[in-house]
Design a protein around this ligand. Structure first.
Ligand SMILES: COCCOc1ccc(Nc2ncc(Cl)c(NC3CC3)n2)cc1
Length: 282
């Protein structure tokens, strides 16, 4: 059914959910099926440069091919005179970064559950030669049963020789060193961001957070990593095996999900049971 031509009149528009990278997102209901989805409305005039158009096309073409419980589905898209509309999976739990703003830090067992799920999403992406490149709390939503949903593929790239070119994207806090020295990058850049993301969830701020961009860049270059006293030794061990300047030294995803911090803190059984539940309903 995702191939049919939709129009805006097929939907009842509900609450605004927030702003994505390119436009506003609304909770809407498809009139016939009563299906609830998120509708991202993008103003065509705002896609003012070929680069932005290319990013949007790549977001649509990449995300519409992906089917994984931890990746937000793109069901389809359509357009009218002024706007392009993306039909996206509605994530009832909202944005993870709002949770983190409110709660400051997440408990290590909840954070480990999110890291386990993110590893599953990244393994799936990397198996399709797709690098997300922009793993950060702003791009993560919470779905039914508290399942993590990786969203916003505006910056993801299909790792190929052509894409070895370095393009600065995302906040500096998550910038991997190989992006700074312009030597090109590959999917191991997602391992760096996974480490930064893990640190930020349990510490409450990113590892190289500083007053100025220059300071952040210097800390990234010197890999000056420090933890507050409450951080468990297993968490420190995993994070310091991901935040490595040399991409080859970063712990691969299949080892991350077997790390003792994940085994001891993530409720893997409950997460796998949740995967079963949504596989049955989709
Ligand atoms: C006081 O909280 C008000 C907002 O609460 C919610 C926010 C967002 C969702 N779900 C959601 N699902 C899919 C997408 Cl694509 C999306 N994109 C919007 C840009 C984030 N948001 C649910 C609740």
């Amino acid at each position: 059914s995702s191939q049919r031509q939709w129009t805006i009149n097929d939907f009842e528009i509900g609450a605004p959910l927030g702003r994505g990278r390119f436009g506003h997102v609304y909770c809407v209901r498809e009139k016939k099926s009563k299906y609830i989805v998120a509708l991202k409305a993008i103003i065509k005039d705002q896609i003012s440069t070929p680069r932005l158009a290319k990013q949007l096309i790549s977001e649509i073409s990449i995300q519409s091919r992906l089917k994984h419980p931890n990746i937000l589905r793109l069901y389809g898209f359509f357009h009218d005179e002024q706007r392009i509309f993306l039909l996206l999976e509605y994530a009832p739990g909202g944005e993870l970064y709002r949770r983190m703003q409110k709660e400051k830090v997440l408990q290590e067992n909840e954070a480990a559950g999110f890291v386990y799920q993110l590893c599953n999403a990244l393994s799936y992406l990397h198996s399709k030669q797709i690098i997300h490149r922009d793993i950060k709390p702003e791009n993560i939503l919470i779905g039914v049963y508290g399942i993590l949903k990786l969203a916003d593929f505006g910056w993801s790239a299909e790792s190929s020789e052509a894409n070895k070119r370095t393009t600065l994207c995302g906040t500096l806090d998550y910038l991997a060193p190989e992006m700074l020295n312009g030597n090109g990058y590959d999917e191991k850049i997602d391992l760096w961001c996974l480490g930064v993301f893990t640190y930020e969830m349990i510490v409450g701020k990113p590892p190289f957070d500083s007053q100025t961009q220059q300071d952040t860049i210097r800390l990234i270059r010197t890999n000056d990593l420090s933890f507050p006293s409450h951080t468990s030794s297993h968490a420190r061990d995993l994070i310091s095996q991901l935040i490595r300047r040399n991409p080859l030294d970063r712990m691969p995803l299949n080892e991350v999900i077997q790390h003792e911090w994940i085994i001891e803190n993530a409720n893997i059984k409950a997460i796998d049971e949740n995967y079963e539940k949504i596989n049955k309903s989709t």
